[in-house]
Design a protein around this ligand. Structure first.
Ligand code: PAF
Length: 284
């Protein structure tokens, strides 16, 4: 694997390649990321991964400084997955001057759910992803469904800017007990780690309540959401949101949407101790 830290060398290495597949990451890789690399390998050649902890997507109170940086073990894992290039730019390389130009997703998608609780987060994500796409110029890029809203926002960004990049969604990888793999799981104490799978179980319970109700009504959806939130709160979680939304827009469904059997997804972000976890579950 070639480890490249500057844009000029990256372009030289990728010159003439028009089937490159790309997986952007912030490092601290786990099995979830590796599954993205495998999907990338099936959908293009060469596979390019990036590791860059993007300051623009962290708020002033977020964990930018604390975010785990584990370059050596990341490199070893990527080598095993047959990644051809690791692009690992420094901040000076990617942001040599203040990044005054940025991509701001529309409010009705970027300021809801994660965007409501992490103002500016998706602006930071879109800006770095656009810049990384411009450096790598991949034909496909793989993003995990665990970051459901991020995936949708990036898809729309590519569509609106007519970027020639096909976005491939990848299923969430979970530990045996159901906890979605995430770099932030490493912040959990051992007691919290035992409690953490409850987040997914609660989503599954909410899904069953919704699916088992005779008629899917807004009332039944709100009941399922409230029950799930109160179960989490009783167990010491602090949910930011737990909400059933339309898969197509991430907006709350109307009664008419339910009557037309619109597809839903339940999304949550909840804090356990100091660690904020996100997860989601589609309702087919
Ligand atoms: O999902 C992530 O790890 C990040 O948001 C991404 C897409 C690499 C942008 O920094």
């Amino acid at each position: 694997m070639k480890i490249i830290t500057n844009i000029h060398d990256l372009r030289n290495h990728l010159r003439g390649q028009n089937r490159a597949s790309f997986v952007p990451t912030m490092g601290n890789l786990h099995e979830g990321h590796l599954s993205l690399m495998r999907i990338a390998r099936q959908n293009g050649d060469p596979v390019v991964a990036s590791i860059f902890v993007n300051r623009l997507q962290f708020g002033p109170k977020d964990d930018f400084d604390k975010y785990p940086r584990t370059m050596e073990s990341d490199i070893a894992q990527l080598e095993k997955e047959g990644v051809y290039i690791l692009f690992a730019p420094s901040e000076d390389e990617l942001y040599p001057e203040p990044q005054d130009y940025s991509v701001d997703p529309p409010q009705n998608l970027g300021d809801i759910l994660e965007g409501e609780f992490r103002p500016g987060f998706f602006k930071g994500v879109c800006t770095v992803v656009l810049k990384l796409f411009s450096c790598v110029q991949p034909s496909v890029a793989v993003f995990g469904k665990k970051d459901y809203q991020q995936l949708m926002i990036i898809r729309r960004m590519c569509h609106q800017f007519a970027l020639p990049v096909k976005i491939i969604p990848a299923e969430t990888i979970r530990a045996k007990d159901g906890l979605a793999l995430s770099s932030r799981n490493g912040y959990l104490s051992s007691n919290e780690r035992e409690e953490a799978p409850r987040l997914y179980r609660t989503l599954q319970e909410a899904k069953s309540i919704i699916l088992n109700s005779k008629n899917m009504t807004l009332e039944c959806i709100h009941k399922a959401e409230q029950q799930a939130m109160s179960e989490l709160t009783q167990r010491g979680w602090a949910p930011d949101y737990l909400s059933a939304r339309l898969q197509s827009t991430l907006l709350p469904p109307t009664q008419e949407d339910l009557e037309q059997n619109a597809k839903l997804v339940i999304l949550t972000a909840s804090k356990l101790g100091k660690t904020r976890l996100i997860d989601n579950l589609e309702i087919e």
